[in-house]
Design a protein around this ligand. Structure first.
Ligand code: DLL
Length: 428
């Protein structure tokens, strides 16, 4: 069962739909957005050159710099009177990326999120506590409209207010909560402090996203909250949450709503398309956005695509959980690693809590790396001995020794109540 028939349709049917929508999207972009008209002309193309999705690689990429250069509305393809909603991305530097929606875009988005929730095992009669921030961030309203579209009940509590969240879980018996993975863990800690065991409540699903979540982190969420953790992915430039989701049945990769968003994976260095199964940067093209058609957007997110029918019956292609971005790569004294690799190692240890931070600095012209971890509440062993074991494991995996490894008391690492967690602090 799926929310829309297209999710389980034969590939040939999906392909036809993609071809048609790609042509319309390219035409919309070319005719209504100067940036795209110029980019296509520079590549010697007209919309007639794009007949099927096999032609997509002829198109130039769109990058986050294009969004910045065209700030605020240079990439919009419709007039103000057709725009019903504006959102913005949560960038950490410079101007945010402004995105817009027509009424039809909002409807398509709500449908995409409803499909996600259905894939996560939710339906009419369920109550979803929405702990994503409401406002310019797409998480809050995106999930909100999806829950309503599904016919389920939404509790629009928004981010933060954690004790209240726990009370709502208890008093209203929410079936699901939507939040970032780091917040799910913070919720568990807060509930512990309040003497509430979330495992005893009706809560059965956490829809987590907006941040990477490694496998050990997911296990910690599932164990502490007594739930199934379902990963939802998306980004403002393409739509917001709802580009893809894991299905509750298999939980083996995230099904992409391919009739709405066309995925490719490319080599992050060269931009060359990579064969299925190879990890690279996810590139997405919107297939039905009216207000903001986006051609071949370089998401920066690293993943792998895999096709083949899933045990849930969906025929759509799946992407691996995103555990890093091409621009997350930490380079320190010539050694490269992704923060998720540190997370993987640290969380192998039962004595260590699923929280960490990485500080990079430069002392006397030399890069330094400090990793801070936190021990679990019930840890009563020798900290020095634990430190040595974690250090040895980090050395083996990263081929690199942090200059300092600090073990904090439980709760010693600052938690993020609202928005996305920040784990890497580069002071260089
Ligand atoms: O984070 C949209 C969203 C809201 C997704 C709620 C899921 C749930 P932005 O603020 O534009 O949009 O940030 C998009 O966040 O390019 C990824 O780097 C990261 N991201 C989003 N979902 C995931 C995920 C929202 N499931 C950027 N796993 C993306 C890993 C994710 N990273």
């Amino acid at each position: 069962m799926a929310y829309q028939a297209i999710e389980t349709a034969p590939r040939s049917e999906l392909r036809e739909c993609q071809n048609e929508r790609l042509q319309e999207t390219v035409r919309n972009a070319y005719e209504n957005v100067d940036h795209y008209r110029e980019a296509l002309e520079d590549a010697g193309l007209t919309p007639d050159d794009i007949e099927t999705v096999d032609d997509i690689t002829k198109l130039p990429f769109t990058t986050k710099e294009d969004f910045r250069d065209e700030y605020p509305d240079g990439l919009f393809a419709v007039d103000n009177e057709d725009i019903v909603r504006i959102h913005a991305s949560s960038g950490t530097t410079g101007k945010p990326k402004i995105v817009s929606y027509t009424q039809n875009d909002v409807d398509v988005w709500s449908d995409a999120v409803a499909r996600c929730l259905e894939a996560a095992g939710l339906g009419a009669g369920d109550t979803v506590q929405n702990a994503y921030g409401y406002g310019l961030f797409t998480g809050g309203l995106g999930l909100h409209y999806g829950v309503e579209e599904l016919g389920a009940t939404v509790i629009p509590i928004g981010g933060g207010n954690t004790q209240r969240q726990v009370e709502m879980l208890e008093d209203l018996g929410s079936d699901a909560i939507a939040c970032t993975p780091s917040y799910a863990l913070y919720l568990a800690e807060t509930a512990d402090d309040m003497g509430v065991d979330i495992k005893d409540l009706p809560l059965r699903v956490v829809i987590f996203g907006a941040e990477p979540c490694t496998d050990p982190m997911r296990e910690a969420i599932e164990e502490r909250l007594g739930v199934k953790g379902i990963d939802i992915y998306g980004l403002s430039e393409i739509v917001g949450p709802g580009v893809s989701i894991e299905c509750a049945e298999a939980q083996e990769g995230l099904h992409i709503h391919e009739d709405r968003f066309y995925p490719e994976v490319v080599d992050p260095e060269t931009g060359e398309p990579l064969p299925e199964g190879e990890e690279g940067e996810l590139v997405l093209t919107t297939l039905s956005k009216e207000a903001l058609p986006v051609l071949r957007y370089r998401t920066g997110d690293l993943t792998t695509l895999s096709s083949g029918e899933c045990e849930c019956g969906r025929t759509t292609i799946r992407m691996d959980n995103v555990t890093g971005r091409s621009d997350d790569l930490v380079i320190i004294r010539g050694v490269n690693f992704y923060p998720s690799e540190v997370e993987d190692v640290v969380l192998e240890f039962d004595e260590v809590a699923p929280h960490y931070r990485i500080d990079l600095d430069r002392v006397n012209n030399l890069d330094t790396l400090e990793i801070t971890i936190e021990c679990e509440h019930d840890f009563e062993g020798d900290r020095e001995e634990l430190r040595d074991r974690v250090l040895t494991r980090l050395q083996n995996v990263l081929s690199f020794t942090p200059d300092t490894l600090t073990i904090e008391e439980p709760g010693g690492i600052e938690r993020t109540e609202v928005g996305k967690v920040k784990r890497v602090y580069d002071h260089r």
